[in-house]
Design a protein around this ligand. Structure first.
Ligand code: NOJ
Length: 746
């Protein structure tokens, strides 16, 4: 009885607390809206337009710098917000102009692409996702926010949550991969990390979910290209990830460069107003991507910048990034009635509310604290965590005959390859204020690890991406003198990220020749791969005894990778994006449909089936795949029952035994298949995962709970519900392996 009472009190308290917090947020919002209204009443049209404008400083731009005169613009009240400016001194100087030299004294937002760390750089987001560790991801963003706010910033253009199924697209490095459900969890974790529990805290910054919407599906994987997809695919696969960030309270949304079904996002009223504000109840503000209002002219939906400005603000854009469209044309548009003053005021209000939420009206210089700037940057504990995260993000793709970890008895180790000692590449693209000089390379990490106990030889062998083979012989002779070779291959950092699409995603340059020659020496060889996307490395997979995918691990990359290579960290990462065998298989992703003529796995080249003449349908490495230095055995799945009512819980359990000789973490994954639907359903959909540490020789029982509503999908009429009928449930180590059981919803 007593226990029940305690439980009830707890529930009541939690409900009260939660409702209390929610009500508090709502009442704050009302207060801020009222305050914003009273300011708006005092503002001229020009001053209002200034608040809707965001201009770059002359630091780190990702497009044409259209206005060199941003300081004058601030003075004139025409630049209400600045991006690409950080450090306390710089931000303070600019903020001072807004506060002291403009009539309205409205503080500015300072935005920046803080994507995977600010000064301490963590692994690229796709690598972070491979850890399937949302707590670690949230922590990395928290540290990024602490560092960024200590240097004057109050707004990050992250998280990028664009679902992507085409590794030719360079920006896959910035997202979480190909799965909607996992992507949604990670999106929410990132928002929580950046924004903290209270936006007015000095270490919190506004997050900005991007790029709304479906920027990750450009035709042919070519950046900025057209996106065209069914309404169902958009709703089912692409939109939920943004929605998850909205539900987590993200303060702003960035439009995407692309069109969807003929309508560019930046002028898409359905997307920005009907869906985002009306249906999803998003309360924050919408900023464009870099000059994407101007690009409406190229898209061919506006004759000139004035029409582009009118289309975008009327669609729901609140802030113009770098386009000058609003500062140049909104005044006339409002005066001529093409844009109503009400529309203008709503946009201004959303931006002022964000400034209130940050507490900028109370203290415009709250992010300009020299002491914080000195103390909060690259603290030893952040570097320790960066090292841990670099190790956690590694995915062991192949490990024949236990090639890795490196044996303890080796006397001479060769570290070969164009990425073996390349500081500049370790950060990966979008490295904010990260300093490449401070990065630990693989060679340095290995040297730190062996600390003089092993003789280390090294050779570059070749460059990342040219046809010069003159260094290969020397690399081979270095390999011959060693007991073990580590071969550092892959892409350079500029080969992924924005504007970095590739049609050939094999190893660039002559690296495969280097690999062939070194492996031919017969020495034990482990390849460490550096890459911002899945690569089509079929030949490498055939010839290399071991491959560890290290992505771009950030400031501490080399130390983190060395921890894995030498077995101090047992690799536990699993891919969140499929690795194709060849470019012709793209787009390739795990949650495909059966089709009317499914491939016969026994006869993969049979005619008149959905297959290729020259390649299997299966990928090189599937979604969810990754090895460990130990091995795990899954038991059969046990279900609490096989027939479920709509309000029942479906409970599925397996025992996982660590059958190897060292402790290890396993990411057990649960997938479902709805056999017959109102519309076709994918063969597998991820619906759960558990990351568990299992000691050697021990067995851990893992239990997943689903409810029938977790099996909902968009029906013919676009209603979202689940159906009675038969399902299959799979639990296993990746999307291709594991056992299954059947159940029904009655
Ligand atoms: C263009 C990119 O698409 C976007 O992600 C980024 O935030 C802006 N440039 C600002 O740098």
């Amino acid at each position: 009885m007593m226990r029940i009472k305690i439980l009830l009190t707890l529930i009541l308290f939690t409900t009260f607390f939660y409702t209390g917090c929610k009500n508090q947020l709502l009442s704050d919002l009302i207060i801020y809206e009222n305050k914003a209204d009273s300011i708006i009443n005092l503002m001229t049209i020009d001053e209002k337009i200034g608040q809707l404008s965001l201009f770059t400083s002359d630091w780190s731009t990702t497009g044409p710098t259209m206005r060199k005169d941003y300081i004058d613009l601030i003075k004139q009240g025409k630049a209400g917000n600045i991006f690409n400016a950080y450090t306390v001194d710089y931000v303070k100087d600019l903020q001072k102009i807004a506060m002291e030299e403009t009539r309205m004294h409205i503080p500015m937002l300072f935005g920046y692409d803080v994507i995977h760390g600010h000064r301490t750089i963590f692994p690229i987001p796709l690598a972070q996702a491979s850890s399937w560790d949302t707590a670690a991801i949230e922590k990395a963003e928290r540290i990024a926010a602490i560092e960024a706010t200590a240097e004057g910033l109050n707004w990050t253009f992250a998280p990028m949550v664009d679902l992507a199924r085409d590794p030719r697209w360079g920006r896959v490095m910035e997202g979480s991969g190909e799965d909607t459900w996992l992507g949604g969890l990670i999106a929410a974790a990132r928002v929580r990390g950046f924004q903290g529990s209270d936006l007015s805290d000095k270490s919190s910054m506004l997050a900005c979910v991007k790029h709304f919407a479906a920027y990750g599906a450009p035709q042919g994987g070519r950046d900025y290209n057209t996106v065209d997809m069914s309404e169902r695919s958009l709703y089912e696969w692409y939109l939920p990830v943004y929605k998850s960030a909205i539900n987590a309270g993200v303060a702003s949304v960035m439009t995407s460069f692309n069109e969807i079904a003929g309508i560019p996002s930046t002028s898409n009223k359905w997307l920005l107003t009907d869906l985002l504000h009306n249906e999803w109840k998003f309360k924050g503000f919408v900023v464009t991507d870099y000059s994407s209002i101007n690009e409406l002219i190229n898209h061919g939906v506006a004759v000139d910048l004035s029409e582009a400005a009118s289309l975008s603000i009327n669609a729901g854009v609140d802030m113009d990034m770098q386009g000058s469209a609003f500062v140049s044309h909104l005044d006339d548009l409002v005066k001529s009635g093409k844009v109503s003053e009400e529309t203008l005021n709503s946009a201004v209000k959303r931006i002022l509310v964000a400034k209130y939420e940050l507490g900028l009206f109370d203290d415009p210089y709250k992010y300009c604290d020299k002491k914080r700037e000195k103390e909060e940057i690259m603290r030893p504990e952040y570097l320790d965590f960066a090292r841990e995260f670099a190790g956690k993000s590694c995915v062991l793709l192949k490990n024949e005959k236990g090639t890795l970890p490196v044996r303890e008895d080796i006397k001479t180790l060769a570290v070969i390859g164009p990425l073996a000692d390349s500081k500049a590449d370790m950060l990966g693209f979008w490295s904010a204020a990260g300093q490449w000089e401070k990065c630990v390379t693989l060679l340095e990490g290995i040297n730190n690890k062996v600390n003089g106990t092993v003789k280390i030889l090294s050779a570059k062998g070749c460059n990342v991406n040219d046809d010069n083979t003159s260094g290969i012989n020397q690399a081979v002779s270095v390999a011959r003198r060693a007991d073990f070779v580590i071969l550092a291959l892959g892409e350079s950092k500029e080969m992924s990220g924005e504007s970095a699409s590739r049609t050939d995603i094999d190893l660039p340059g002559v690296q495969i020749e280097l690999a062939r020659a070194v492996i031919r020496t017969g020495k034990p060889v482990a390849v460490v791969l550096f890459n911002g996307r899945p690569l089509a490395i079929q030949e490498l997979d055939e010839i290399a005894p071991a491959i560890l995918d290290a992505w771009f691990g950030g400031t501490q990359a080399g130390n983190g990778i060395a921890d894995v290579l030498f077995g101090d960290v047992n690799p536990s990462g699993k891919l969140t994006m499929t690795f194709p065998r060849n470019v012709g298989q793209i787009p390739i992703f795990y949650n495909t449909k059966n089709t009317g003529r499914p491939i016969n796995p026994e006869k993969p080249y049979e005619k008149f089936k959905s297959n290729y003449l020259d390649s299997p349908n299966t990928p090189l490495y599937p979604f969810g795949y990754g090895l460990s230095y130990t091995s795990f055995k899954y038991s059969v799945i046990s279900l609490n029952k096989t027939g479920f009512q709509k309000d029942d819980h479906i409970t599925a359990s397996v025992d996982i035994t660590n059958t190897g000789d060292r402790d290890g973490e396993e990411i057990a994954q649960l997938y479902v298949y709805d056999l017959v639907g109102d519309v076709t359903r994918p063969l597998k959909e991820l619906k759960g995962f558990k990351k568990v540490l299992i000691e050697k020789g021990k067995t851990v029982s893992v239990t997943f709970t689903l409810s029938p509503s977790d099996l909902s999908y968009y029906h013919t009429d676009m209603s979202f519900s689940f159906d009675p009928g038969d399902f299959e449930l799979f639990i296993g180590p990746n999307s291709s392996e594991g056992s299954s059981v059947s159940f029904s919803i009655l």
